[in-house]
Design a protein around this ligand. Sequence first.
Ligand code: PA5
Length: 490
Amino acid sequence: MPRYNNSQWKQSMKLKYDFNNMLEGKVDVASQHPSFQKKVGAITREDLEKAMPALEKARRSIARKWGRPSKMMAWAKLPYNQKTVVKDILAAAQSIRRNFTHLVVFGIGGSALGPIAVQQALNHLRYNELPDDKRGGPKLYVEDNVDPERMAALLDVVELDKTCFIIITKSGGTSETMAQTLIAFDLLKRTLGEGAIARQVIAVTDKAKGNLAKIAAEYGLKKFVVPDGVGGRFSELCPVGLLPAAVCGIDIEELLAGAAYMDELCREEDLTKNLGYMAGLISYLSMKKGKNIQVFIPYSDALKYMSDWFAQLWAESLGKKYSLRGKVVHTGQTPVKALGVTDQHSQVQLYAEGPFDKVITFLGVGDYRTTYAIPGGFDDMPSVSFLSGHTLNELIQSEQYATEMSLTHAGKLNQTITLPEVNAFTLGQLMFFQQVQTTVCGELLGIDAFDQPGVEEGKINTYALLGRPGFEEEKKALDAQQKKEAQYIL
Ligand code: PA5
């Protein structure tokens, strides 16, 4: 019986969301001076009470969108509707593990950040460097950039005939991923013959739309589908994330079970006790109080790339010019990625003493998977030897707590998410929690959290610059612009 079927274990693994340090009477007590109180912008009991009807309305609106693919809420069903897909993924993963020593994932944005974050969180921190018999699967390279030096470096380290390529693109036409696809196909064809393509390339894309779906059909590639209504940044729990994770030996069924558990918690009727809804509301209220920045700081190397995944989710979903009613609103909260304790020695000075424009979200771990004792020594130096007898676990946790306290004392809004430990079940909860939080916050802001119109212009300019047919006018305009700007480039 999987451990997540044991209700005691499940409860012991529940994610905790603590927003005490966002509230009046906690974060604003260093001074009663009105100017300090105003700068702190603590969330008051009255703010919370007043916002409850809006939160209730948001819940009804989200419930109406649930399951209607056009409303992009299909991600919420992923913990439940993938039994067959999971079976297929596990079979493919086994075959990849048997036949390949290297796995290259080509994709970008929502098609890469989840796989990177999950791999970092759930596999050995030096996974690729482990000897073959100690790794859960092939070496993994998730390539989410088109830097030519990175491509050359990748090709220096993989063994082409032992490399499986997973190409992930929901739209099927993202230029960066298509460029990578062209390179992989060309290399395989030239080096191993055209037949290698079908043997070594797997596509993850829309069921029918887009270039990758066409290419997959033409070359007879094994294909996994990104379901309708699941947007890129909400796609980690479908084949986009599940396939690479399964190949590397991660328990994807436990990941989905964790997401299902969080879904259950976010169905709590009493919204004041509902984790995802309260987190969305607290963020929304902080934005209303001018907190335009959210620093996300995991105190765990395993959770380091959760910051990248969350940054995309938060930025692309909430950064919008127009409301759903077409009003210009310019919403959003800039995510900043940080790592505890490393960035205590880099950014925390700013957070403690700089402007009152941020919320700092700590991501802590109850029990680290390893305990590391700090040995004795330097007995004649009390300012060093006091560390002896403690553990690195105590040190990192004390530093997190101490930083939370000092920021609170400085009047800086902060909140803490804690995972009892880092495992597939708690990670599934965390990802689902943050997706609910983002959806709720978007709903309260009255914007579409699932589109990204702001990145379109940049894509069009790239097409024009590289001569894609149909973009000739844009190319002319860009050439004229570049000519005009030349005088200011020294
Ligand atoms: O969240 C999103 O939809 C985007 O960030 C996409 O994930 C990103 O642009 C990549 O798109 P695609 O998967 O279609 O290649």
